[in-house]
Design a protein around this ligand. Structure first.
Ligand code: MG
Length: 203
């Protein structure tokens, strides 16, 4: 399986990193080895001094598809989740400056937190979901899927032009503002509305 990630999907986060607003979604992949194993702590890799949390709403693909029209995209997922796209910001800045791919900064082992899944029927409107990240019990990131530049069904339409979607693939839909550095012993908890979907410790 693969993890398909969208970058720069929230205007407020584009501003905080001083990035340009994209005309097409920014897409990158993480391999399955990036998934943080359940109940394991996240270890800050030795090659970075500035690993950031990026909390993101996740979508799990449940049918094989290619060139999926956004009108039919809702048939390709039944569960919604929440995760973290951990990013070695210092390394990413070096790679971006040289116009190089971001994988070393975003696809390293443990860089993808995938929390518990919930049936999409649990939510009235997937385009109006509040989600948040607490660091040491303080809310550090808050978002609403209504603020995404590309909504879930539009993301599926777009990425499926390039990649065949397979059962079990996970889409990371982008992060809102409030990204920040993690340090050893931080505790990160993620929520969609009032439901806690993950809790991890940083080492
Ligand atoms: Mg991200």
């Amino acid at each position: 399986m693969k993890l398909i990630c969208i970058g720069r999907n929230y205007t407020d986060h584009i501003k905080e990193l001083e990035n340009e607003k994209p005309t097409d979604p920014v897409v990158f992949l993480k391999p399955d080895t990036a998934i943080l194993l359940k109940k394991q702590p996240f270890f800050i890799p030795e090659f970075s001094n500035d690993v950031h949390h990026e909390v993101e709403v996740l979508v799990k693909i449940n049918r094989v598809g290619k060139y999926i029209d956004k009108k039919f995209a809702h048939k390709y997922y039944s569960e919604i989740g929440l995760g973290i796209d951990f990013t070695a910001r210092d390394l990413q800045a070096q790679l971006k400056a040289k116009g190089l791919p971001w994988e070393k900064a975003k696809a390293f082992d443990g860089a993808a937190v995938i929390g518990n899944w919930l049936p999409k029927e649990d939510f009235k409107d997937l385009n109006n979901l509040d989600f948040s990240l607490k660091k040491n019990e303080e809310v550090v990131q808050q978002g609403n899927t209504g603020l995404m530049l590309w909504k879930i069904d539009e993301i599926i339409e777009y990425v499926s032009k390039y990649f065949t979607l397979k059962i079990g693939d996970v889409i990371f839909t982008g992060t809102p503002a409030g990204v920040g550095k993690v340090i050893a012993n931080d505790k990160l908890k993620g929520y969609i509305e009032d439901k806690q979907l993950f809790s991890i410790t940083v080492k």
